[in-house]
Design a protein around this ligand. Structure first.
Ligand code: ZN
Ligand code: FE
Length: 259
């Protein structure tokens, strides 16, 4: 049984801490800063950090990797196609890794960066997805390196995972993402409800994550490019009729960039 907690970092990052309580071993995902992890380990002296999982090369995801590896000897997993400090195992699409007794499948998700990967497991009571800056709650990452076509395809892969999959992304962007979702789907009751829920959570300074794939399918405009009303909004923004779901996605992404 794995317990998962968020260690906040910087202004809006979460470092996910996976805890194998029975064996007092833990792993972290995307430690952009070593300090919150070292602090937790200091408060839990009988625990060992055994693994570090990295989704992509951006500093707010890898900044703490080398310090944590030096302090703990943890094994570092990261994408093969990016420069990851301290990486021990380079991962490609469809590779498998065993972390804390769980088998994770690696998904290559180009778009935010070209080498971006996610970690997925169905070997826990509910499936788990650690997806970095690709899929956010009610949103998605910016296209720093990949094309809209690549990101659209990456998001469609994630949308096809089981509805119950718990989505652990790296940033607390949910409320601003839902403001955009409201603009895209002003008549959506699901978006309205989620906006109210997350507004309450954030007013209490509480975390809005994890999400689920099922909830994302209902409320994340970037997964809803097949909806006629979403296409219409994307067409209005572009001033043309989008010929494909990928171009609807591209229109939404460019709209969100200036929203
Ligand atoms: Zn990033
Ligand atoms: Fe990030």
């Amino acid at each position: 049984m794995i317990q998962i907690d968020a260690l906040p970092a910087f202004s809006d990052n979460y470092i996910w801490l996976l805890q194998d309580t029975a064996n007092r071993r833990c792993a972290v995902v995307d430690p952009g800063d070593a300090a919150p992890v070292l602090e937790w380990l200091g408060e839990h002296p009988d625990w060992t950090l055994t693994d570090i999982l990295v989704t992509h090369h951006h500093h707010d995801h890898v900044g703490g990797v080398e310090a944590l590896k030096a302090a703990t000897g943890a094994h570092v997993y990261g994408p093969a196609n990016e420069r990851i400090p301290g990486r021990d195992t380079a991962l490609q699409d469809d590779d498998s890794v065993n972390v804390l007794g769980l088998g994770f499948q690696v998904l290559a998700l180009p778009g935010h960066t070209l080498g971006h990967i996610a970690y997925y497991t169905a070997q826990s009571p509910t499936p788990l997805l650690f997806c970095g800056d690709t899929l956010f709650a009610a949103g998605c990452g910016r296209l720093f390196e990949g094309t809209p076509e690549q990101m659209h395809h990456s998001l469609q892969r994630l949308a096809a995972l089981p509805a119950a999959t718990q989505v652990y992304c790296t940033h607390e962007y949910t409320l601003s993402n839902l403001r955009f979702a409201r603009a895209v789907e002003p008549d959506s009751e699901h978006v309205r409800q989620r906006f109210e829920e997350v507004t309450r959570l954030r007013a209490d300074n509480r975390i809005s994550l994890p999400s689920t794939i099922g909830l994302e399918r209902l409320t994340n405009p970037f997964l809803r490019t097949a909806e006629t009303s979403v296409k219409q909004k994307a067409d209005e923004w572009k001033g043309l009729s989008n010929p494909s779901q990928a171009t609807v996605f591209a229109a939404l992404r460019s709209w969100k960039d200036v929203f």
